[in-house]
Design a protein around this ligand. Structure first.
Ligand code: NAD
Ligand code: MG
Length: 395
């Protein structure tokens, strides 16, 4: 390799952001961090900027940006330029000097910057699954026109990519694939008594047995909406129909997903549950690089088990399959309603079981429309948010 790859890390202060920084720190000769973005918390951004000395840092609001500037003034040698607002997110995602963009902002807020990076032909490492769920067609078209590589960081999709032939070009049938099998841990509530689900607290919903993640995706894992969003994500990334994507609960989270071929072969990707593996895979691709992840110790693993997801316990999974089948703006409506419902649950305004009921109400009231352009998606997102905010907690 001749020169270092230059990188923008969108969502640097989050869980994926931290794992990415950890992998980058193992390869100073290979990568240079050019830009980082955060949201409202100044202290972690200040720490990150003094440790990594990026050229650019973005905060969401002017107050946050000013506080970061003040804090960095005390750091000798720091010449980070601090910007703010959504336009700045897009700006650092498209910088001429940047080769690679890690898209790790959570939720719909991450769509415009990830899309801008794809359009600009950057190598996009996509953790922000919501972007594809909302705007799959628009996103893939932008990546195609931009001419850069789109590499999935979500562990299941990264696993599937590793299990598909290296020359896979988007046609599962041509590749001899019968189905994709997404594994799911089942989250912290897999074995809770059904009748007590209504009283689950945010802390209980966020206590994931295998992964440490941001709060929104942790709640999504507890409702299994995360898997639902991933089914939609997989349909876009791999050109799969709903009937070609199965979900199986695998509580140990060792097999990250599988591809079943026509001849009966099933190829699985395995490893310890640690996001540094898919992050390092996407960063190094097509080479393999060190991630810091502990080797998988088969002898201490014990049994690997599998179960069918319980459709009564996890109605969000059904809602996601239905939204995929409806197509058009339905996945964007599902995603927006889910974001509002999760935020209301975390704020103590909605019960855990109220999350699925609220999303279902919004989907019933807002019919899906075709998606011709990004504005169609953004309008559906807004309408679904307004409706989800207005509906009572009992939904
Ligand atoms: P997180 O909550 O830990 O971090 C989110 C990041 O987004 C933070 O840097 C935050 O500052 C930023 N952010 C939040 N709201 C923003 C806004 N309105 N504008 C700009 N920036 C904003 O989340 P995470 O767990 O790191 O997840 C990030 C993304 O990666 C999500 O889309 C998630 O679904 C996906 N993902 C995460 C994991 C995981 O293990 N954490 C695994 C697979 C996929
Ligand atoms: Mg995942």
């Amino acid at each position: 390799m001749t020169s270092r790859q230059r990188l923008t890390l969108l969502g640097a202060t989050g869980s994926i952001g931290a794992s990415t920084l950890d992998v980058l720190a193992r390869h100073p000769q290979r990568f240079e961090l050019v830009a980082v973005t955060g949201h409202s918390r100044v202290a972690p951004m200040a720490a990150l900027c003094s440790a990594h000395r990026p050229r650019w840092a973005v905060m969401s609001l002017p107050e946050g940006a000013e506080a970061l500037r003040v804090s960095l003034r005390g750091t000798p040698g720091a010449d980070t330029e601090v910007l703010c607002g959504p336009a700045a997110l897009e700006q650092v995602a498209c910088l001429d000097e940047v080769d690679v963009v890690m898209a790790a902002i959570v939720g719909a807020a991450g769509l415009p910057s990830a899309l801008a990076a794809a359009r600009a032909g950057k190598r996009v490492l996509l953790a922000n699954k919501e972007a594809l769920v909302m705007a799959g067609r628009v996103f893939l078209e932008a990546a195609r026109v931009g001419g850069g590589l789109l590499l999935p960081v979500d562990s299941e999709h990264n696993a599937i990519m590793q299990c598909l032939p290296p020359d896979f070009a988007g046609d599962l049938r041509a590749a001899g694939v019968r189905r994709l099998v997404l594994t799911a841990s089942g989250g912290p509530l897999r074995q809770w008594p059904l009748e007590s689900l209504a009283t689950v607290t945010p802390a209980q919903a966020c206590a994931h047995p295998n992964w440490v993640m941001g709060r929104k995706i942790s709640v999504d894992s507890a409702t299994m909406m995360n898997k639902g969003l991933e089914v939609i994500e997989a349909s876009w990334l791999f050109g799969a129909r709903a009937g070609e994507i199965d979900v199986v609960i695998h509580p140990q989270s060792v097999i990250h997903s599988m591809v079943e071929y026509l001849d009966g072969s099933v190829i699985a990707q395995m490893g310890n549950p640690d996001m540094r593996t898919p992050i390092a895979h996407a960063l190094g691709f097509p080479e393999r690089i060190e991630s810091g992840v502990r080797p998988l110790d088969f002898l201490s693993l014990g049994a690997l088990s599998f179960e069918q997801p319980d459709r009564v316990r996890f109605p969000c999974l059904r809602l996601a399959y239905e939204a995929l089948a409806s197509g058009g703006t339905a996945p964007a409506i599902l995603n927006a309603a889910n974001e509002v419902a999760v935020a209301r649950f975390l704020d103590g305004e909605l019960s855990f079981t109220g999350i699925a009921s609220l999303i279902e109400k919004v989907l019933e009231r807002l019919p899906a429309a075709p998606v011709a352009q990004l504005n169609d998606v953004l309008a559906a997102d807004r309408a679904a948010r307004d409706l989800a905010l207005g509906l009572g907690g009992g939904a």
